[in-house]
Design a protein around this ligand. Sequence first.
Ligand code: SAM
Length: 218
Amino acid sequence: MSGGDTSESWRDSYTRVRKDPFTEVEATNRARLQRLGVDRLDRGARVLDVGAGDGNLARSLTGLGLTDVVGVEYQPELLALHPDRRRTAAGSATALPFPTASVDAVVVMDVLHHVALVELPDALAEVRRVLRPGGSFFVCEPAQTTTRRVLDAALHSPLHRLTRFSRDKRAMVDAEGQTFVDWLGAEHGFPTAVRSAGFDLELFERKWLHHFGRWRRP
Ligand SMILES: C[S@@+](CC[C@H](N)C(=O)[O-])C[C@H]1O[C@@H](n2cnc3c(N)ncnc32)[C@H](O)[C@@H]1O
């Protein structure tokens, strides 16, 4: 949901490919959070949801029993949809409006591929700054996997015109924009970038279309 993909065409396509947006998103969020180990955090941990969007991930985080979830988001029209506005702040991933060492965990899901590659080091430095020593950094972002390459080739062939679903999927990919293309081109270097930013690796795996990473701030 970047400036580009909040366009009507993206929203129309997105709405059509999801039978039930809330149920499907909730199931996906929960599976991702469990794969990352977010469900093993202490219930009272202060968790920062960077790129919180409309707050659907915050709902899933509180659904896991987490009681202190705060969000940051730079698009006011998305913040307006958040279920708990009092627990959000307007701001960018590259200048987090939170004090140094003030949170126990940071969750970034489907956000970094909207950030320009040149700004990624700033975003990682900000995550490190706001995390307390020993805090956890959880990431789920699009990965450049074989599955994605095959799917992408099909969506960019005439085959994509065959069904409404594949036409909608193609429209969604097109709406992602240049940061997404750049991100996929550099995605294999992401674990190195996080290590260079001063984090210790705990988990990194690619599964289907995404990667799942967990790091600890020393
Ligand atoms: C695809 S949505 C994901 C939202 C949410 N994390 C989720 O998993 O449902 C991407 C979100 O990241 C936000 N975003 C992108 N770049 C950002 C930045 N530099 N600072 C803060 N938010 C950003 C967008 O506005 C959007 O809400």
